[in-house]
Design a protein around this ligand. Structure first.
Ligand SMILES: [Fe+2]
Length: 182
């Protein structure tokens, strides 16, 4: 019998998809699901080769996202994000839970809260994530901005609890108001 071996990156993506599916099928609440998916991603973090060389090169116009898997029933998506040095997202929050793991480079995250009275953003902390680091969150309280703070292209794998191809992205809204210190 002839068996065809599959590329290592595809094998690890298949393992990640199966493991995330097993968690999502439990239909736990968002915070619990995010914690469980984070454990899965720590165990099954794909290598950068899960993206093509062209994708891994990044785009001088801004950070790019590449869907790697959309679950057929729309319950989750796995996306690769590629950032060149200095590239940054707008401040935003999300429509659903998200778990992400850095697989190359360094990503710096700034967290914010929204002051209900002034409508200003208030600084609420920072995280610096290196290759191998996994974290996650579930709305509300998930306003952030992410940048590539390193000298090399950064790549991360994001798992979202929705079909991002149907709704366009994981973003609920963007925030462009002033930021004040806590
Ligand atoms: Fe985000």
């Amino acid at each position: 019998m002839v068996t065809q071996s599959r590329p290592q990156a595809q094998t690890s993506l298949d393992e990640l998809v199966s493991a995330v599916r097993a968690v999502v099928e439990r239909q736990a609440d968002w915070p619990h699901t995010a914690r469980l998916v984070a454990r899965v991603l720590e165990r099954c973090l794909p290598s950068p080769e899960v993206l093509t060389a062209e994708q891994r090169a990044g785009d001088p116009r801004g950070h790019r996202s590449y869907p790697l898997h959309i679950e057929p029933d729309g319950t989750f998506s796995i996306v690769g994000l590629v950032w060149r040095p200095g590239q940054v997202t707008p401040v935003h929050d999300h429509v659903t839970w998200c778990v992400f793991g850095v697989i190359q480079g360094i990503e710096h995250e700034e967290l914010f809260t929204l002051d209900e009275e002034s409508e200003y953003l208030v600084e609420a902390g920072t995280n610096t994530n290196h290759a191998g680091d996994v974290s996650g969150f579930a709305p509300p309280g998930d306003i952030h901005r992410v940048r590539n703070a390193g000298d090399d292209t950064a790549i991360s794998i994001h798992v979202y609890g929705t079909d991002v191809s149907r709704i366009g992205s994981s973003v609920r809204r963007y925030y462009d108001q002033p930021v004040v210190c806590a």
